[in-house]
Design a protein around this ligand. Structure first.
Ligand SMILES: [Zn+2]
Length: 338
């Protein structure tokens, strides 16, 4: 785990160079828009600044309300080391992230789509050490990845959710190899607990099955639709988890004796996926190929489980420290779709 990586306790203005948290809105305009313009009279500068900060945070939270919408992905496979939790004491400060331990070279993935805005020691954040990446996800949301052994994306690169961006390492002030993972919301520098932040977005940072709710969209929805089609539901594979797909999933859940809530989560995934190996073909293989591509495999989605797909499964398993047998069973599916 980290020996330091604590957020400073003093003023922590990191907005310079990263853009205003709410571009296009002046402080006065923001207050006026909130009907608070008159209140600024008589407020001390400090109180006004605090009011603006609180309202800006609130506005940011409204703009990017948490949802289990398939937009987020687990950044790394591993375990939570003792003392590596968010808020743990760190030399007078407070641990700014959640540590995920595994061996050096374990794949690290973008937690959501965005732009790489920092690629430097400690990500340029105070108190952090080691090779670091910061991704801006828009809406005042940022993620930080620390102690990396290698970068796999350039500064200013545009990344997708689940794209491989780095390798886990032990650079900086650490006791061993791990990913130090932070989530910032409202502005860069304002950390929140990454475990609860991701849980609210359907991702289990500890490595469990994801949760995908009706209304979601993206690659994981494509995976679900292909798996449902293998089960005969005849869905249009458009990556949009609308009412037709959700109703089909509810029928599937009912047929399996599950709660028919339309959420593809820890109860539904295990009965929805197939154990697949070389020689298989069909929509379930398309689902697997799509899930592998979400993790940067670069496969042609043709529904045929040939040697190229086997190799991709093996590589994925190897860089995530799973049993590298080239067979996609529940453990591999859980990691891929997490
Ligand atoms: Zn840490």
């Amino acid at each position: 785990m980290c020996r330091s990586c604590a957020a400073p306790t003093g003023p922590n203005d990191l907005s310079a160079g990263t853009g205003h948290p709410l571009p296009g809105l002046s402080r006065r305009g923001l207050l006026a828009g909130l009907g608070l313009g008159a209140l600024t009279v008589g407020l001390s500068a400090g109180a006004e600044a605090r009011a603006v900060a609180a309202e800006a945070l609130s506005a940011g939270a409204v703009a990017v309300a948490a949802a289990r919408n398939g937009a987020w992905a687990g950044p790394a496979q591993g375990r939570f080391p003792a003392g590596g939790h968010y808020g743990a004491p760190r030399g007078g400060g407070s641990h700014a992230g959640q540590d995920v331990s595994n061996s050096t070279g374990t794949a690290v993935y973008a937690a959501a789509a965005g732009t790489v805005i920092r690629r430097s020691w400690g990500g340029g954040l105070p108190g952090r050490t080691g090779n670091g990446l910061v991704i801006s996800h828009g809406g005042g949301q940022y993620t930080y990845y620390g102690h990396l052994s290698a970068y796999r994306v350039g500064l200013n690169a545009t990344v997708s959710a689940g794209q491989r961006i780095a390798d886990m390492g032990a650079t900086g002030n650490v006791t061993g190899p791990h990913l130090h993972f932070e989530t910032h919301t409202g502005a860069l520098g304002t950390t929140v607990n990454p475990v609860s932040f991701l849980a609210a977005r359907g991702v289990d940072l500890a490595g469990g099955w994801s949760r995908i709710d009706p209304g979601a969209s993206g690659a994981t929805v494509v995976v679900i639709q292909h798996l449902m089609n293998q089960r005969g539901y005849g869905l249009v594979v458009d990556g949009a988890y609308g009412s037709v797909s959700a109703d089909a999933v509810k029928r599937f859940q009912r047929s399996k004796g599950l709660v028919a809530d339309g959420q593809v989560g820890p109860a539904t995934w295990p009965v929805l996926v197939y154990t697949l190996r070389q020689g298989g073909s069909g929509s379930h293989v398309r689902a697997l190929q799509t899930a592998l591509n979400r993790r940067s495999a670069g496969l042609v989605v043709d529904g045929g489980f040939g040697s190229v797909t086997t190799s991709a499964v093996r590589t994925y398993q190897s860089v995530n420290r799973l049993v590298a047998d080239g067979e996609a069973g529940p453990v591999t599916w859980r990691a891929l779709t997490g």
